[in-house]
Design a protein around this ligand. Structure first.
Ligand code: COI
Length: 366
């Protein structure tokens, strides 16, 4: 992979570092610097740079604020026991960026610029790397059309930014003590339809989901289990994450072929690990009726969500129109625990990377 170096402008106003890592939550803090790059039609990507992480001027008529031509990625950097910082399967993020960019008519950023940009900003903010078990540095690369125009057409100028945020857990889980969340089975709204943008990482998918997540709180649920848009019959994703269901010894997740499922990098890693362990993993349609029948007769052993932010988040109870369906004993299941410990172990260099997934950077945490 080609390595790029970029000019750095250091902040003159360093922020206060979080002192208690148990309060990190999900991206409550952002580091001192960010990576920025511009794209102009005819010129391509240019002027990559590390600059202070501070508000940027944006014209109120900038097209992204009106037509949402944007895309993003979610990645994490991890501190190895020897202090070296590594990232996880960046080639997969670069490939997904390419697919999202194609769908959104946005020029993609190649993998070597993505990784060099991450490395450059992490070098400046290495002292922000959290060290407590269960933490990591969330990386948010995003691209948006940035042109003064009310024409609903692809922009000619784009901005690419990478932000870093020391982070704890998304759903309030911590290493070794995964807590099981309650999830509402969504029967009114849909997340993605065939031919839409469900497979792409775009802000609209998340903005459009907020009404449903908010309504789920009425049932004391953290988020929703989405059903397919066409029939409201088959389970798809959980909140902002992919979903896995263990019925007896078969682990099931929705197939990618409908184009409505986000091809999660954690999802793919879970599938590969389960195959490596000789477990039965099926990418197949699972109806809500089959799922609830399994919950009733006790063959439903586990449900968990997977994602970069969520890592592996067990689900202890499904709520359907106000009725609870407990998943097994309502606690984190054994497969979810094993996956969490293996994945996070590989990511942090505590478990040998027998899959060849980690990508050590030339950056050392202090
Ligand atoms: C991620 O898991 O990285 C995501 O982008 C989901 C987001 C809602 C935090």
């Amino acid at each position: 992979m080609q390595k790029y170096t970029f000019p750095v402008t250091r902040t003159t106003h360093p922020k206060a570092r979080p002192t208690d890592e148990s309060t990190l939550g999900f991206c409550n803090y952002f580091t001192d610097h960010m990576f920025m790059m511009d794209y102009d039609e005819g010129q391509g990507w240019h002027d990559g740079r590390v600059v202070p992480n501070e508000p940027i001027p944006i014209d109120p008529a900038s097209c992204v604020l009106h037509y949402a031509q944007m895309m993003f990625e979610g990645m994490k950097a991890y501190r190895r026991p020897d202090g070296q910082i590594q990232i996880f399967r960046p080639d997969m993020n670069a490939k997904r960026m390419e697919r999202t960019a194609e769908r959104m008519v946005i020029p993609t950023v190649p993998e070597d610029i993505l990784v060099s940009g991450i490395e450059a900003v992490l070098k400046e903010d290495a002292d922000w790397m959290p060290r407590t078990s269960g933490t990591s540095m969330y990386i948010r690369p995003f691209i948006f059309g940035n042109e003064i125009s009310f024409s609903a057409l692809p922009a000619k100028h784009y901005t690419f930014i990478i932000l870093l945020a020391p982070t704890g857990s998304y759903y309030g889980t911590t290493s070794g003590k995964l807590s099981a969340a309650r999830i509402y089975v969504q029967d009114k709204y849909i997340r993605a339809a065939k031919g839409g943008t469900g497979f792409a990482k775009v802000g609209g998918n998340y903005g459009g989901a907020m009404r449903a997540s908010e309504d789920a709180k009425k049932y004391n649920c953290k988020d929703v289990l989405w059903l397919d848009a066409a029939e409201h019959k088959y389970v798809e994703e959980i909140g902002t994450s992919n979903a896995f269901f263990r019925i007896n010894d078969e682990v099931i997740t929705a197939p990618l072929d409908s184009g409505t499922i986000l091809p999660g990098i954690t999802r793919d890693s879970v599938i590969q690990l389960l195959k490596h362990w000789g477990m039965k993993i099926s990418e197949r349609k699972l109806s809500i009726d089959e799922l609830l029948a399994a919950a009733k007769d006790g063959s439903l052993k586990e449900i968990f969500a997977s994602g970069t932010a969520a890592v592996i988040s067990p689900i202890g109870c499904l709520n359907v129109k106000g009725t609870d369906y407990q998943v097994a004993d309502g606690q984190a299941g054994e497969v979810a625990m094993k996956l969490y410990n293996t994945l996070y172990g590989i990511q942090t260099g505590v478990v040998e990377d027998f899959m060849g997934w980690t990508y050590p950077l030339d950056v050392y945490a202090k």
